[in-house]
Write a protein that binds this ligand. Structure first.
Ligand SMILES: C[S@@+](CC[C@H](N)C(=O)[O-])C[C@H]1O[C@@H](n2cnc3c(N)ncnc32)[C@H](O)[C@@H]1O
Length: 222
């Protein structure tokens, strides 16, 4: 029986959760609990890379192994995925990554101001955000004008924001939203043929394995 129970637990370690959640739902308005960042990261850390919509954090763990001297923060709205990510990071003794449970649209100001003065956000990735294709759902998209303005208000000049998606309509839309603020962001010249962080994300790997295309660009804070 004990063997069977262990086997069942092993099979269920990958948490099943709803595929998309509505970031405008009231339950995601609750204030976010922000950690004491310097206490979480190795002494002497001064910069973090911020990955928005990091899902299970598998990609962040790979980044952490590739860049052991860099600190990473992932933000994810679905709590079960955050709990799974934190457990995996602990098990693997990865100390240069933290995953925060938060709604980036709702808490962007609080999150971005929480790093200063001890840490600076040196780069941001927004990889394969939920597409929300129906017209009545467009308001749920992560990238929107107020999100872009908040990013620019908190990030230092020249900070890169890496964008990537496999949905061409979403790509055009994101580029348009950033490009509508030429006083805040400038698009970096391409080609942007490879993942800017040098590690494919889970969604990227899935799309490439199924023969799909990836659309990428980088905007830099002015
Ligand atoms: C399609 S997945 C992509 C995951 C990962 N970036 C990748 O490329 O494999 C998008 C992720 O963003 C998360 N997300 C969506 N809206 C969010 C928000 N407002 N704040 C934080 N995370 C969000 C979703 O829960 C989901 O895990």
């Amino acid at each position: 029986m004990a063997v069977l129970a262990r086997f069942a637990r092993a099979l269920s370690t990958k948490v099943r959760v709803r595929q998309h959640v509505n970031p405008l739902a009231r339950r995601f308005e609750a204030p976010v609990a922000l950690p004491d960042w310097p206490a979480l990261f190795p002494a002497g850390s001064s910069t973090v890379h911020l990955d928005i919509g990091c899902a299970r954090g598998v990609y962040l763990a790979s980044l952490a192994r590739k860049y052991p001297k860099q600190c990473f923060v992932g933000v994810e709205i679905r709590e079960p995925l955050v709990l799974e990510a934190l457990e995996r990071l602990k098990e693997d003794d990865i100390r240069n990554v933290h995953v925060l449970h938060a709604n980036m649209n709702m808490h962007i100001d609080a999150i971005l101001s929480s790093f200063t003065p001890s840490l600076a956000v040196s780069s941001v990735s927004i990889f394969h955000p939920d597409p929300w294709m129906k017209k009545r759902h467009l308001k749920r998209r992560l990238v929107n004008p107020s999100f872009v303005q908040a990013l620019a208000a908190h990030l230092a000049p020249t900070t890169p924001v890496y964008l990537q998606t496999d949905v061409p309509e979403l790509f055009e839309y994101m580029v348009e939203v950033f490009a509508e603020h030429p006083q805040l962001f400038e698009e970096m010249p391409g080609p942007h043929e490879t993942n800017a962080m040098g590690v494919p994300t889970d969604r990227e790997t899935f799309v490439v394995d199924h023969g799909g295309d990836i659309y990428r660009t980088t905007f830099r804070v002015k």
